[in-house]
Design a protein around this ligand. Structure first.
Ligand code: TYM
Length: 339
């Protein structure tokens, strides 16, 4: 039945802290592109956020912030579906069914779990461990084929495909009757992994304790300038060839950010700044970042204060998401023999 929808996009962002240019360049900017071509669904994944403790007072604000960031960045609620994950109970229902399809051995290989749990493995939540099954549920619940994400989500897409395939096999839904399509990640060639401004080996992250590591949606221009001025680099001159970047993670990161914001290829950026001072490069980097982020920030701040509007968008989005997911969860239950 629902397989006649060929190209559907699904992606999500966790409301777990301040959004930054890593989220923007790695994911949200791509959402804006794809909404014109595909049936697009962009979720605010609050059930994922609570796999790590969230202050209940702040979680609601963070949900509104992600909605504001989506729309401020250019997602059009008339074109795309924007909604909150916990408002569609079928995400959790399907996740349970997929918990019974997914294998412990697969989860044990997840590098993101290993990184997040660290030495604390015995003390983190069970939710954090089965997080990839919930993510598979998000995507498969809509029979999405395409998933725009940053590079860090690649492995979660692989396990989603494994789960889909096993479900199809276990329930005799392979070949022409394949029930779940196997989704493909859409990862941009530039800035799919934006690194911390203070450490070129570490991903820019919402959860880093230092705000100086990231440029946030709400940062004023002077703060952006300060963060870029203080961004870590090395003592060498500006690079003259792309191969130098492999050994120079910090400047590599800044050049990637420049390239993503300016639309110029990495080679072009290298040629432009070869022989120039680092301070000149950093000053131009501030310009390209501010040029794109300033209007987004204005709109973001305006929208955050218009909760009535955002809640209406999220309510309408929930209705659209329900209409798309109801037939799929019902069919899953019938395939599995439930109810
Ligand atoms: P989250 O909330 O950590 O990040 C949201 C999106 O931003 C991307 N991203 C980055 N891209 C480049 N550089 C960075 N430093 C950077 N940091 C984050 C992420 O790759 C992501 O695309 N598991 C997901 C949320 C999720 C989801 C889904 C995504 C839940 N269900 C279904 C797609 C489909 C996550 O933690 O994203």
């Amino acid at each position: 039945m629902t397989n006649e929808i060929k190209e559907r996009v699904f992606s999500g962002v966790q409301p777990s802290g301040s959004l930054h240019i890593g989220n923007y360049l790695g994911a949200i900017k791509n959402f804006v592109e794809v909404q014109n071509k595909f049936d697009s669904i962009f979720c605010i994944v609050d059930l994922h956020a609570i796999t790590v403790w969230q202050d209940p007072e702040i979680l609601g604000e963070n949900i509104i912030e992600v909605a504001a960031a989506y729309i401020a960045s250019g997602i059009d609620p008339d074109k795309a579906t924007i909604f909150v994950q916990s408002q569609i109970p079928a995400h959790a229902e399907l996740a349970w069914i997929l918990n019974c399809v997914s294998r412990i051995g697969w989860l044990n290989r997840m590098t993101q779990f290993k990184e997040k749990a660290g030495k604390n493995r015995e003390k983190v939540s069970v939710g954090l461990y089965v997080y990839p099954n919930l993510m598979a549920s998000d995507i498969l619940l809509y029979h999405a084929n395409l998933v725009p994400v940053g590079d860090d989500q690649k492995q979660h897409l692989e396990i989603t495909r494994d789960i889909a395939q096993k479900f199809n096999n276990d329930f005799g839904r392979v070949n022409e009757n394949e029930f779940f399509p196997l989704p493909e990640p859409m990862i941009l060639p530039v800035a799919s992994r934006v690194m911390s401004l203070r450490d070129g080996e570490k991903k820019m992250s919402k959860s880093d304790s230092s705000e100086m590591t990231r440029i946030e949606f709400s940062d004023e221009n002077d703060l952006i300038v300060k963060k870029i001025a203080k961004a870590k680099t090395d003592p060498l001159p500006m690079p003259s060839a792309i191969k130098e970047l492999n050994e120079r993670p910090e400047i590599n990161n800044l050049i990637n950010i420049y390239s993503a914001f300016s639309g110029e290829k990495i080679e072009e950026v290298i040629n432009k700044f070869e022989g120039k001072k680092l301070s000149e490069f950093k000053s131009d980097l501030c310009d390209v970042v501010i040029n794109e982020m300033e209007p987004i920030r204005f709109r973001f701040k305006e929208l955050k204060n218009d909760k009535t509007y955002l809640k209406k968008i999220l309510h309408d989005g929930m209705l659209k998401a329900k209409e798309k997911s109801d037939p799929i969860i019902n069919e899953v239950k019938s395939i599995v023999g439930l109810g």
